[in-house]
Design a protein around this ligand. Sequence first.
Ligand SMILES: Nc1nc2c(ncn2[C@@H]2O[C@H](COP(=O)(O)OP(=O)(O)OP(=O)(O)O)[C@@H](O)[C@H]2O)c(=O)[nH]1
Ligand SMILES: [Mg+2]
Length: 252
Amino acid sequence: MNLGYFLGPAGSGKSHATAALYEWMNQSEYDVISINLDPAVLRLPYSPSIDVRNFVSYEEIVDKFELGPNGGIITAMDHVALNFDEVIDEINEFNPEYAIVDLPGQMETFAFRGSGPLIISELSKTGQIGGLFLLDPVLCNTASSFISTMLFGVSIGYRLKTAFNFLISKGDTVSEDRSWRIQEWTENEEFLMEDLRQESFLLNANLSTKMARILLDELGVNDFPIFSSETNENIDLAFAELQRIWGSEDIL
Ligand SMILES: Nc1nc2c(ncn2[C@@H]2O[C@H](COP(=O)(O)OP(=O)(O)OP(=O)(O)O)[C@@H](O)[C@H]2O)c(=O)[nH]1
Ligand SMILES: [Mg+2]
C-alpha cells in the first residue's frame, strides 16, 4: 500500500488538497481511500472512507478534561494515537492500493508532541509513506517568510522522520509575478540576497542566504510545483511527486 499526506501550516489547504487528489485518483480508477485523522474538524470538503471522529470525540474530551482549544487537540491526538490500532484495522479491511491521509490542522501540536511521530510510524508499517508540504502563497510573499516556511517544513519532516517534497498551494491565487519571484529566489542567490536586504528584520541577509542555500542545495529542494485544489493545476505532478517518494529510500 502507498500512503500520501499533505503537511503544512494551519489553513495551507491540506484538507482541500486531500479532497482534490482523492477525487482525481478515484476518477482515474486508482484503488484509493481517503482517511481523516483530524478529530477536531467540523466540516470536510470530502466524505472520508475512514474518519477518526468515529473513534475519538474532541468535544467530549474538551468537556471531560475542561480543556482549551490547544489542550483539547493535544489530548484528542493522544487518544487517536492510543487507539490507532482501530484505524489500522479499518485500513486493513479496505486493503486499498493507495490511501490519502488528511492530517490535523494543528500541525504544530501534531508534529511536536509525541502523538504525531507515533502515528506516522504506525502508518509506515502498513506500506510506503510520503508527504507533500504545502507552502501557502500568503507565506511566500516575502523572501524571509518563504525561507521561514521552508524551515518549518524541514523541521516537521525531521520530527515525523518522513520523506516529503514542497508544493505551493492555492496556485489559482498566485500571480505570474509572484511565481516568477519564487522561482528566482530558488535559482538566483544574488536576487534572494537583494530581496532579503530590502527587508528590515533581525536575522542578517548572510545567515538567511546560508540557510536558504542549505535548504535548496543540500536537501535537493529546487523545484516548487504550483498546485491548486480549485482548478486541479499540477495535480498529476503532485501524484508523480508522491510516487517518486514512495519509490525512493531517501528520508529528507
Ligand atoms: N483559492 C483556493 N483556495 C483554497 C485552495 N485550497 C484551499 N483553499 C482555501 O483555503 C482555506 C483552508 O483550506 P483547508 O483545506 O481547510 O486547509 P487546511 O490546511 O486543511 O486547514 P486546517 O486543517 O484548518 O489547518 C479554505 O477556505 C479553502 O477554501 C485552492 O487551491 N485555491
Ligand atoms: Mg484540514
